[in-house]
Ligand binder design. Structure first.
Ligand code: ACO
Length: 377
């Protein structure tokens, strides 16, 4: 066996740094930084639009830049009619994440900057995707409800417009605050699986739509963005607070994963959780949300007692989504609607790095097996 073939597999690429990045840092000690800013300083003091700008332009906008960027987003908040028709033609049985994945890919066919890979074109494309991924989500939801989609309002912030177009009802101040914070907290997160998938695609110099399509396919899995939907399945199955202990113990006895818990990087609490827990505690007082919140608190205590594992972002995000009236199968689509700003920022950074991401596999199969013609097999 050559030296190159010596055992060198890092299972799950755990702790492997695949590239340098300035976009975000996931500190195992329980901190998260966007372009060097601690998210604790950003949540509550900024709007999602500022964070999307920060991620792709690598600086916080001043007032004029924010107004210009908000206008750019507003003008991109529509879909080509072919995309709307395609969404309307999807079968009711199609999972919403599958529709989003397909329609983002489809959007790539209508790119006015097709063939232009300049930095300016990439920034325009990034802005367009940040605006249009949520448009696909809102259009799909309204279509499935047989209801028209309202037009965005110029005076609304981007995330408020998104919720307005999704629900067809003007969000009140509290709801607008929940969606701003939710989107800020989900905007980026280092080399998570979906971002890595986007960067691998971008590393072949493929286009941004292909990279975001790869990311959405990756986010869809229940070990990643699909977890919040599974969290709500669990919360729905546990009807009463008194049932929590038996339910959780049952999962642990069967060595099953508890959805919304654990993290590859954080060895301490996921810093996003305290904000989401706070959001849920402050704003989600409807009877159902309060019950869900109480069950969450009990689950959090129990899982820590038994396994010393903390909840991740998806745990309380599920309750926040429920309180906003978002159906379960749309939770990961809200995640994608925020994370797209991180994905496109990473795609641009990967283009700048200009290196093909191509690991090797540790071959453990046979060599020189005797070939047997088909008639003799
Ligand atoms: N429930 C119970 N035990 C868990 C959980 C969990 N959710 N997460 C980790 N553990 C345990 C494992 O069983 C393992 O224990 P062991 O050493 O006794 O065998 C130990 O903690 C390490 O777990 P790994 O699975 O090796 O951790 P890894 O880094 O590979 O996985 C992951 C991280 C995928 C997030 C995992 O914690 C998990 O499956 N969680 C549930 C799904 C989830 O919530 N995903 C969302 C992640 S955040 C996001 O994508 C936005």
């Amino acid at each position: 066996m050559s030296e190159d073939n010596e055992k060198s597999v890092v299972r799950g690429l755990r702790d492997v740094a695949a590239a340098e990045t300035k976009i975000s840092y996931v500190d195992p000690a329980g901190f998260l930084y966007y372009l060097g800013y601690n998210i604790d300083d950003l949540v509550g003091s900024t709007m999602y639009t500022e964070i999307a700008y920060l991620l792709i332009h690598k600086k916080l906008p001043n007032k004029q830049e924010l107004t210009e960027f908000s206008n750019q987003l507003y003008h991109e908040m529509y879909l080509p009619k072919e995309i709307v028709q395609s969404i309307q033609a999807t079968p009711e049985s199609a999972p919403p994440m599958a529709v989003l994945r397909t329609e983002v890919s489809h959007l790539g066919e209508f790119d006015p900057d097709e063939g232009d890979f300049s930095q300016a074109a990439n920034l325009r494309r990034a802005t367009r995707l940040i605006a249009r991924v949520p448009m696909i989500v809102a259009t799909l939801h309204r279509t499935r409800q047989n209801l028209p989609i309202p037009k965005p309002k110029k005076e609304y912030a981007f995330s408020k417009n998104f919720l307005y177009m999704f629900k067809g009802v003007v969000p009140d101040e509290k709801e607008a605050s929940v969606i701003h914070r939710f989107m800020i907290l989900h905007a980026d997160h280092g080399f998570n699986a979906s971002t890595f998938a986007a960067r691998v695609t971008a590393s072949t110099n493929s286009d941004m739509y292909s990279a975001v399509t790869s990311a959405i396919g990756t986010l869809k899995g229940p070990l990643h963005g699909g977890a919040s939907e599974k969290v709500m399945d669990m919360l729905d199955e546990i009807n009463l607070e008194e049932e929590v202990e038996e339910y959780i113990q049952g999962l642990l006895d069967e060595k099953k994963k508890i959805m919304g818990f654990g993290h590859r990087v954080y060895k301490a609490q996921d810093p996003r959780t305290k904000h989401l827990r706070g959001i849920v505690e402050d704003y989600c007082h409807r009877e159902r949300s309060q019950g869900l919140y109480n069950r969450c608190m009990k689950i959090e205590q129990l899982v820590y007692q038994r396994k010393q594992i903390y909840p991740n972002v998806d745990f309380y995000a599920a309750v926040a989504m429920d309180a906003l009236g978002v159906p379960k199968d749309f939770y990961p689509l809200f995640f994608a609607s925020a994370r797209v700003s991180g994905w496109v920022a990473h795609v641009i950074e990967q283009y700048e790095d200009a290196v093909l991401l191509r690991p090797k596999g540790e071959y453990i199969g046979d060599f020189n097996r005797p070939f047997v013609p088909i008639e003799k097999r």
